[in-house]
Write a protein that binds this ligand. Structure first.
Ligand SMILES: Cc1ncc(COP(=O)(O)O)c(C=O)c1O
Length: 401
C-alpha cells in the first residue's frame, strides 16, 4: 500500500520531474565510462590547503563569526569584499546592493519565489541553464525563448519579441553560457542594455563562469554596462558565485542588484534558510582577503585551457562530417550539433556502449527541441581522458550514421 503522502505528491509530480535525464545520468556513473555529462569543477583546482588554513584561523581566532547565527544578507566583511570585487568589474554597488546567497542557485530560487507567479512569462535563451528551469518549475511559469547563434543571444529577435509581449524578466548567461559555452558579443551587450532600457525589461545576469576565460580578456558584465548607462544598477540583477573559483561544496554565491530588489530577496531568504552558513562565509572571506583569487584563478585557467584545447582538437580529429560545435573562450562546456538523421538521445545509448557519456540537448530547451544537440563538459576529465572519450564518441556516431 502506498503511504499517506503519495496522493499529494502525485498532484504536482509533473512540475518536479526531469526523470529521463536523472535516469540517463545514473548510467554515466560507472567507472569505466568517460563522462562529459557532468558540470563539475576539477577537484585539483580546489585551493584545499588555503581553505583549511582559513577555516582553522577563523575557528580559533574568531569562533563567533563562524559559529553564531548571522545576518540574512550575509557576513559583512565578505559583503564588503564582494562589493570591491564587483567594483573591479565595473559594477559599482553600495553595500546595501549586495547580498550573499547559498550558491548562485539560491539566488535563482529567491528570484523565482519573489517574482514568478503561475503563468507568468519569462524570457530565456534557447537553450538555457537547466538548473534555472528546475528552480522555477514549482512556480509554474511560461517561457518565451530567444534564439542564439555563435555570438550569443539574438538581441534583434528579442526586440521583435518585446513588441508583441512583455515578459517579467529576461534570464541570460552572457559569458561562457551553460550549456553552449557561447559568449554574447560586446556590441550585442550594448544593444541589449539599450533595448532593456527602452522596453523597461528587467534582466537577470547569471555569471558564474566570467573569471574562467582562456583567451583575451574577461568580457564586461551586462551589469557594468547598466551602471555605465544609468550611473547605478537599474536594469540588471547580477548573480555570481565562488563555486567555480574556490569550491562548489562551500555553497557561497553573491548577488548585486538595485537596493529594492536586494531588500526583497533578503526578506525571502530569511524564510528559506535564515542565512548562508556562517562558517563557510567567514572561511571564504578569510581565504580571499589576502589576494587568494588573484593568485589562484590563473592556475585554474591554465588547467581548463589545456582541457578545452584537448577537446577542440580531438573533436576536429574524430567527428564525422556534418557535426558542428562551439569554440568557447572560457567556461566549462562545448555544445555539439549533430547532422540531420542523428538524434542525441539515441546516440546517448550507443555512446554508453562505447563507454562515453554526454548530456543530450533536450532538457536545456524551455519549450522543447534540442534533439540534435548535446553538451560536453571539459573541466572534469583530464586531457588524456578527453582525447580518448572524444575518439569513442566519434566511433559511436559512425556506428549510427
Ligand atoms: C549558469 C549557472 N548558474 C548557476 C549555477 C549554480 O551554481 P552555484 O549554486 O554552485 O553557485 C550553475 C552551476 O553549474 C550554472 O552553471
Amino acid at each position: 500500500m502506498s503511504n499517506v503522502w503519495d496522493k499529494y505528491l502525485a498532484q504536482h509530480e509533473a512540475h518536479f520531474t526531469n526523470s529521463i535525464i536523472r535516469d540517463l545520468l545514473r548510467l554515466t556513473e560507472q567507472p569505466s565510462i568517460i563522462s562529459f555529462a557532468g558540470g563539475l569543477p576539477a577537484p585539483e583546482c580546489f585551493p584545499a590547503e588555503e581553505l583549511t588554513a582559513a577555516a582553522e584561523r577563523i575557528l580559533v581566532e574568531n569562533p563567533l563569526a563562524a559559529l553564531q547565527y548571522g545576518p540574512t544578507e550575509g557576513y559583512r566583511p565578505l559583503r564588503t569584499f564582494v562589493t570591491e570585487r564587483a567594483a573591479q568589474l565595473g559594477i559599482n554597488a553600495t553595500l546595501d546592493q549586495v547580498m550573499i546567497t547559498s550558491g548562485s542557485q539560491q539566488a535563482l530560487d529567491l528570484i523565482g519565489r519573489r517574482l514568478i507567479g503561475p503563468g507568468d512569462l519569462i524570457a530565456v535563451e534557447d537553450p538555457t541553464y537547466l538548473g534555472a528551469l528546475q528552480s522555477w518549475y514549482p512556480r509554474l511559469p511560461q517561457y518565451v525563448t530567444v534564439p542564439m547563434d555563435e555570438h550569443g543571444m539574438d538581441v534583434a529577435a528579442l526586440e521583435q519579441m518585446l513588441k508583441r509581449t512583455r515578459p517579467t524578466f529576461l534570464y541570460i548567461m552572457p559569458t561562457f553560457q551553460n550549456p553552449t559555452g557561447v559568449t554574447l558579443a560586446e556590441e550585442r551587450r550594448r544593444d541589449l542594455i539599450d533595448v532593456a532600457s527602452r522596453y523597461e525589461l528587467p534582466i537577470i545576469e547569471d555569471d558564474p563562469y566570467g573569471d574562467l576565460f582562456y583567451d583575451g580578456e574577461r568580457p564586461r558584465p551586462l551589469a557594468a554596462l547598466d551602471v555605465e548607462k544609468h550611473g547605478k544598477l537599474r536594469t540588471v540583477v547580477y548573480i555570481s558565485s565562488f563555486s567555480k573559483l574556490l569550491s562548489p561544496g562551500l555553497r557561497v554565491g553573491w548577488t548585486a542588484a538595485p537596493e529594492s530588489m536586494v531588500s526583497r530577496l533578503v526578506q525571502v531568504k530569511q524564510g528559506v534558510d535564515l542565512h548562508t552558513s556562517s562558517l563557510t562565509q567567514a572561511t571564504v572571506y578569510e581565504a580571499c582577503r589576502d589576494g587568494l583569487l588573484e593568485r589562484h584563478i590563473p592556475s585554474i585557467q591554465n588547467i581548463y585551457r589545456r582541457r578545452r584545447d584537448a577537446m577542440l582538437s580531438s573533436l576536429a580529429q574524430h567527428m564525422p562530417e556534418g557535426v558542428r560545435w562551439t569554440c568557447p573562450g572560457g567556461g566549462m562546456f562545448v555544445w555539439l550539433m549533430l547532422p540531420p538523421g542523428l538524434d542525441a538521445l539515441e546516440l546517448f545509448h550507443e555512446a554508453i556502449k562505447h563507454e562515453v557519456a554526454f548530456v543530450p540537448g533536450t532538457p536545456f530547451y524551455a519549450n522543447g527541441g534540442g534533439g540534435h544537440a548535446m553538451r560536453l563538459n571539459f573541466s572534469l576529465p583530464t586531457a588524456e581522458q578527453i582525447e580518448e572519450g572524444i575518439a569513442r564518441l566519434g566511433r559511436s556516431m559512425r556506428g549510427k550514421l
